[in-house]
Design a protein around this ligand. Structure first.
Ligand SMILES: [Zn+2]
Length: 230
C-alpha cells in the first residue's frame, strides 16, 4: 500500500498564475503536504520540479536568515513563466527538526554556532529530512521524469534512488544578503550544496532584499542558465 494518499485537489490562483493545489496525507506520520501544479505534467515530458521544505520564518515571515522564501518565490515564478511544472511543499520545517527546535538552533547560531553544528548540538542529524515521500507524490501526480530546481545534491540522489528519472538540474541561487551569507557558505562547505561564490552578499542594498512581492519582481538571477547535465 502506498504510504502517501492523494486526498483532495482544487484550483489555486496565486499572484504568479493559476495553479492546482493537491493535498496529500502521509499515512505513516499523518503529516499533510501539498503540491502546486501548473500545466499538463502527465504527458511524459520532463517536468520542471521544485521540492521545497517548509520554512515558516523564510516562506511567510520574510526572514533574511536563510534563502528559503527567495527560493520559493523564484521556483513559482519559473514554473509560471513556462506554464508547466510542479512544486512539492513538504512540511519538514527546520531541515526536519520542527519549528521550535529550529528557533533553539537559531539561538545557538546567535552565539556563533553554524547551522550544521547547532542541529547536532540539539541532538539531531545535520539534516533530518527524507525525500522518499516526494517520489511517491510525484508518481501519484503522474510524473516520472523531472528537471529539478535545486542546489542540493542529496535531493537529486534521493529522488533517483526512489526511481524518479533526473533529466537535468536548474540552479536556484537567489536571495543572498548580508544576514544569510554565512548560512549559505555553510550550506556550500558542509552540506555540499552547489552554490557559486563564498563569503560575499549579492547586494548591500537593503531595497534589493526587502521586496518579495509576487509576480512583478525583477528578473531572477540564474533564470537564463541552461539545465546542467546530471
Ligand atoms: Zn529557511
Amino acid at each position: 500500500m502506498n504510504r502517501m494518499e492523494l486526498v483532495a485537489e482544487a484550483r489555486l490562483p496565486t499572484s504568479f498564475g493559476e495553479f492546482r493545489i493537491v493535498g496529500f496525507l502521509d499515512r505513516g506520520d499523518h503529516k499533510e503536504h501539498v503540491a502546486l501544479v501548473m500545466g499538463d505534467i502527465t504527458n511524459g515530458q520532463p517536468v520542471l520540479t521544485r521540492i521545497h521544505s517548509e520554512c515558516l520564518t523564510g516562506d511567510t515571515l520574510f526572514s533574511l536568515k536563510c534563502d528559503c522564501g527567495f527560493q520559493l518565490e523564484a521556483a513559482l515564478k519559473k514554473i509560471a513563466g513556462r506554464g508547466r511544472g510542479v512544486l512539492l511543499y513538504m512540511r519538514q520545517e527546520g531541515r526536519g527538526i520542527g519549528l521550535l527546535n529550529k528557533i533553539r538552533a537559531y539561538a545557538l547560531q546567535d552565539r556563533g554556532m553554524d547551522t550544521f553544528d547547532a542541529n547536532v548540538a540539539l541532538g539531531f542529524r545535520p539534516d533530518e529530512r527524507s525525500y522518499n515521500s516526494c517520489a511517491e507524490m510525484l508518481r501519484l501526480l503522474g510524473v516520472q521524469e523531472v528537471v529539478l530546481m535545486t542546489n542540493n545534491p542529496d535531493k537529486m540522489m534521493a529522488l533517483q534512488s526512489c526511481g524518479i528519472i533526473l533529466a537535468g538540474r536548474e540552479p536556484l541561487e537567489v536571495g543572498r544578503n548580508r544576514f544569510n551569507t554565512s548560512y549559505l557558505d555553510t550550506k556550500k562547505a558542509r552540506f555540499h550544496h552547489m552554490l557559486g561564490q563564498l563569503g560575499k552578499p549579492d547586494t548591500d542594498d537593503e531595497s534589493d532584499i526587502a521586496g518579495r512581492n509576487g509576480a512583478d519582481g525583477e528578473k531572477i538571477p540564474g533564470d537564463t542558465e541552461p539545465a546542467a547535465p546530471v
